[in-house]
Ligand binder design. Structure first.
Ligand code: G6P
Length: 610
């Protein structure tokens, strides 16, 4: 969702901005633009569509080399996808790019209209632009004008601003929307996330809400609303540029699936001491664990599906009741929260606005919060009382894969940790599980990835389907929810995930001749019942692909049209091996259809609006 990059320094700003926009592409966008200029009103070039269209426009504009610029990828919220609505927007005195939503834009616009302002786009952004312009005309001071303007803005924003008559500076400020800053010997940078800055530095600043960032060639300053200097702590990011590149793979998604085994090994081993889960998080210390009444889990999309797995494991292993609710709904009803409860939020990006708001809801009610996040120092990581980082490295493809698997792995470790403290499992029993998670499971996933021809064939079979069903029982059913989401996200095939036993209570009416059904049956306890469910859909004409383990394929006669088998080395965590098979299925279906696998239509990687 909207990306911002800004640079002032020695080098050609245009090159840095375009490279930065490309690094931010994965966040999701539908148009892009740049404002370039060292003095006076900057040149603005913008366009709906891919960055390549912007590049063509830039090339034909034959601009001289500039050393200052701001740039933006827009993911439309207010106003359709058009050149006019693309950022940067400009007034007579400034140019600006914005990520976030100005909630009171209508009010602001009315006030500004009465002051003689007119608006040319359909965006909420223009209200903020003109408000800063208005304050600048009154106060004649860019810093004061920005602070005054943002005091009147409700909503979320990250702004990067160039004033026509302020040479050699870029101003930026954020509230609830991500924005980082960095200074190197090349100059000063701002960006929506670290992937855009990795070619230049790994040392970044994450200013707090409402802190003004002033970029100049030789320094980056931060000020609070009183005009006093503030000094955000510099963070060192342990990601590298190669991790954020395709490295010979045709798509980021395939590369990221191939990274699952190592991500799981790295994540799990980071939280083990002598084979037993160990966490610094205060909420997971023994006394606090014994005091936990209920756990709440909240997240969005794929992270929410990891939460389903967490609920199952925590309830099964530790016998602590878990309430799970999609983050966008969490605060839509009155939640029964107790101070003895623990709220766990899950997020790859750490910036998802819905998840942030459910976290805030729990915090406001005095509930301890624990975030499981992939991006170091992200908003969710900083807002929660405790944070556990997943070690998946940068995830660029919009469809989340490795982040899901490591979130599930961390939740499994938490479940084991809670179970040991509550004396429901001995240390040795826990060790048996952590060996599965840290070693056997990643090896089993490696085999799925290296022997994926069967999955590719199955993908060829389904890629022209209009509708498709995933069915499973128990943890297989949770994994089906994710398999179905993956397929919808990137192959645009309508699919539904159903608990296999529930299908017959209504949705089976949709099963007709030739409808593909993916039946996940990796669990021995529910295998016979799965076979009954498969018979039910087959007798109504469904073409069934069974996803099961090598062992169960030998011991059970699955009535099906195709069978995909995975290794069951992961023991009770084999559902995660099946999850990787489903991720590959979605990947190959999308690739076969020739779709933009990594950047599916309408989706954003980091959804920073509610
Ligand atoms: C967006 C993405 C999904 C992702 C969800 C949660 O909707 O398109 O792929 O699962 O956000 O993202 P998070 O970064 O919080 O895990």
């Amino acid at each position: 969702m909207c990306g911002i990059i800004g640079f002032i320094g020695e080098d050609n700003a245009s090159d840095i901005l375009i490279k930065g926009l490309k690094a931010l592409e994965y966040r999701g966008y539908d148009s892009s633009g740049v404002a370039l200029g060292d003095d006076g009103k900057p040149k603005i070039i913008k366009s709906a569509g891919r960055i390549s269209v912007l590049e063509e426009k830039l090339a034909s504009a034959s601009l001289p080399v500039f050393h200052r610029g701001i740039a933006h990828t827009r993911w439309a919220t207010h106003g359709g996808v058009s050149d006019l609505n693309s950022h940067p927007h400009s007034s007579d005195s400034l140019s600006l790019v914005h990520n976030g939503i100005i909630e009171n834009y209508y009010e602001l616009e009315s006030m500004l209209r009465s002051e003689g302002y007119t608006f040319s786009s359909e965006t909420d952004t223009e209200a903020a632009l003109m408000l800063i312009d208005y304050e600048y005309r009154r106060l004649h001071d860019p810093e004061k004008a920005i602070f005054k303007a943002i005091s009147g803005i409700r909503g979320s924003f990250a702004f990067a601003i160039i004033f026509n008559d302020v040479k050699e500076k870029i101003y930026a400020v954020r509230r609830q929307s991500p924005l980082i800053a960095a200074h190197t010997n090349k100059g000063s940078f701002i960006a929506s996330d670290v992937t855009a800055l990795l070619p230049y530095t790994k040392d970044i600043y994450r200013p707090e809400d409402d802190v003004l960032i002033i970029l100049s060639k030789d320094k980056t300053e931060f000020k609070n609303k009183n005009g006093d200097a503030v000094y955000p702590i510099s963070e060192h990011v342990d990601w590298n540029e190669e991790e954020a590149q395709k490295g010979g793979f045709p798509h980021f998604m395939l590369k990221e699936i191939s990274e699952i085994p190592d991500s799981v090994r790295k994540t799990v081993s980071s939280y083990l001491a002598d084979g037993i889960p160990y966490f610094d998080a205060a909420s997971l210390k023994e006394d606090n664990v014994l005091n936990i009444g209920r756990i709440h889990v909240s997240a969005c999309g794929t992270a929410m599906h990891a939460g389903l797995i967490g609920k199952r494991l925590i309830e099964e292993l530790a016998h602590i009741p878990v309430n799970i609710e999609t983050a966008s709904e969490f605060r839509c009803r009155s939640q029964i929260l107790d101070k003895r409860d623990l709220m766990i939020v899950l997020s790859q990006s750490g910036e998802t606005a819905d998840t942030l708001s459910s976290l805030a809801y729990a915090k406001e009610r005095g509930v301890n919060t624990l975030a499981i996040v992939n991006v170091f120092g992200s908003s969710i990581a900083r807002s929660a009382d405790d944070v556990i980082y997943t070690k998946a490295g940068p995830e660029i493809a919009v469809a989340s894969t490795k982040a899901y698997t490591v979130q599930c792995a961390v939740l499994a470790l938490i479940a084991l940790h809670l179970a040991r403290i509550k004396k429901r499992m001995t240390a040795d029993e826990v060790r048996t599980h952590t060996i599965l998670l840290s070693s056997s499971l990643p090896s089993a996933i490696e085999k799925v990835i290296s022997e994926s021809d069967g999955i590719k064939d199955a993908a060829n079979d389904i890629c022209n389907a209009e509708h498709l069903f995933f069915i499973g029982r128990g943890s297989d059913s949770d994994v089906c929810a994710e398999g179905s989401l993956k397929l919808k996200e990137i192959s645009y095939i309508h699919s539904e995930a159903y608990p296999a036993g529930e299908l017959k209570h209504g949705t089976i009416s949709l099963i007709s001749d030739g409808i593909p059904v993916i039946a996940c049956a990796c669990n021995e306890d529910t295998c016979d019942k799965m076979i009954s469910s498969i018979r039910e859909v087959r007798s109504r004409g469904a073409r069934v692909t069974v996803l099961t383990t090598n062992k169960l394929a030998k011991s059970h006669a699955f009535p099906c049209d195709r069978i995909i088998t995975v290794d069951d080395e992961g023991g009770p965590y084999t559902f995660l091996t099946a999850a990787s098979a489903m991720q590959l299925l979605a990947y190959h279906a999308s690739a076969k259809k020739g779709l933009d696998v990594d950047k599916p239509r309408n989706l954003a990687k980091s959804v920073t609006v509610e």
